[in-house]
Ligand binder design. Structure first.
Ligand SMILES: *Cc1c(COP(=O)(O)O)cnc(C)c1O
Length: 375
């Protein structure tokens, strides 16, 4: 059994992907070829954002947003402590200060109360609150209503790190339209992945989209030999765009299939572990299916014995990482993030998980969580 089975996904798409790649080899436009613009149009149509700017990866997508907003020394950027390191690592690279905010245990997403407290503390410490980077952890959009209100009250830019949630929804709106900027990743294991690195920024602001397009090609003006600002080199390869164009055609069906796996897990484990909670009017894309249990070692051991892969996302909150230990943390710390790091375990989750495989996971995990065995 695979944690994420990319081969099962590729099999029915293989001929179409091969043909798409062959077309790129024929036309030879490997950098910013026609597939890149076509993909950007399709992604905008899919999620409802006015503008899509693709780039080299999901980390660069965040970097481009920070550059577009001129984030730098003295600025505070608020990031959840419980996330993948990329959400925070782009901040110190600009000279700005990441401030770690706690998350909510039931959604794994940024806690508005902790953000509110962290903004006050950052200001008191002499930092300028400039930006909130909320993360849609494991595929569920954060509470942009509550977080956006706090951001607006302090004239901060609201950014959604949607590396794990492209395709999800909140209040009838698709991810890509829930914040001033939304960033995503097409890393192979993400819900919509390519066969290498890739990323994108979504925004409704046309002027900012133009700025992002300049920043991703060396701060170009008329062309890349006309450099009107300091930029970076962060383009999506044409071949990766071609692959994504084919993968996008099956993505809606894959989202449905992920939802069915999540429902099977939810029904099977509701009496034995704390399950991810999806608010009414939200849809997760289930990048991960993550349980909380004090018996996670038993779950992992039983799964290993049965040949079922599991993962711990994430074993340490970012404020506990050596490279990030000196940055400020919300007043009162991040106790929920600290606790989650000791309790979470993620189960195999992908659209091609067969009913038999799901049953095997259910039986194995239930066996491990049986109170008679785990005490
Ligand atoms: C994967 C991921 C990223 C980074 O994406 P890359 O394409 O690997 O650079 C950023 N944030 C989160 C939450 C992620 O899961």
């Amino acid at each position: 059994m695979d944690f994420i089975d990319l081969k099962a996904q590729m099999a029915p798409l293989r001929n179409r992907i091969d043909a798409r790649i062959a077309r790129v080899l024929d036309h030879g436009g490997f950098i910013m070829g026609p597939e890149v613009a076509e993909l950007e149009q399709r992604l905008s149509a899919f999620c409802g954002a006015a503008h899509t700017v693709t780039c080299a990866n999901g980390t660069d997508a965040l970097t481009l947003v920070l550059l577009a907003e001129g984030i730098g020394p003295g600025d505070a950027v608020f990031v959840p402590a419980f996330t993948f390191v990329a959400s925070a690592e782009v901040v110190p690279l600009t000279g700005a200060t990441p401030v770690f905010v706690d998350v909510l245990a039931d959604s794994f997403n940024m806690d508005p109360a902790s953000l509110d407290a962290a903004v006050g503390a950052a200001r008191a410490a002499g930092l300028r609150p400039r930006m909130v980077v909320a993360v849609d952890l494991f595929g569920l959009p954060a509470d942009y209503h509550a977080l956006g209100r706090i951001a607006a009250a302090h004239a901060m830019i609201m950014v959604a790190d949607a590396a794990q949630s492209f395709g999800a929804e909140r209040s009838g709106k698709r991810v890509g339209t829930l914040a001033d900027y939304t960033t995503t990743s097409f890393f192979p294991a993400k819900p919509l992945g390519c066969y290498g690195d890739g990323g994108a920024v979504f925004t409704d602001d046309g002027a900012k989209a133009e700025l992002l397009r300049s920043l991703r090609v060396h701060g170009k003006g008329g062309d890349k030999y006309d450099n009107v600002r300091v930029g970076v080199n962060s383009r999506l390869d044409t071949i990766q765009a071609a692959i994504l164009l084919e993968k996008l055609t099956v993505f809606p069906a894959e989202i449905e299939a992920r939802q069915r796996v999540a429902e099977t897990y939810g029904a099977a484990f509701s009496d034995m572990a704390a399950l991810p909670v999806v608010p009414a009017a939200s849809r997760s894309v289930w990048a991960q299916y993550t349980l909380r249990t004090p018996h996670r070692d038993a779950v992992i051991a039983a799964c290993r014995a049965a040949g079922i892969p599991t993962g711990i996302y994430y074993p340490r909150p970012l404020n506990r990482q050596t490279g990030y230990a000196d940055y400020p943390v919300a007043p009162g710390g991040v106790p929920v993030s600290e606790r989650l790091a000791t309790e979470v375990v993620s189960l195999p989750m992908h659209p091609y998980l067969s009913p038999a495989e799901q049953q095997q996971v259910v039986v194995t995990v239930r066996g491990a969580l049986d109170p008679a065995k785990t005490g």
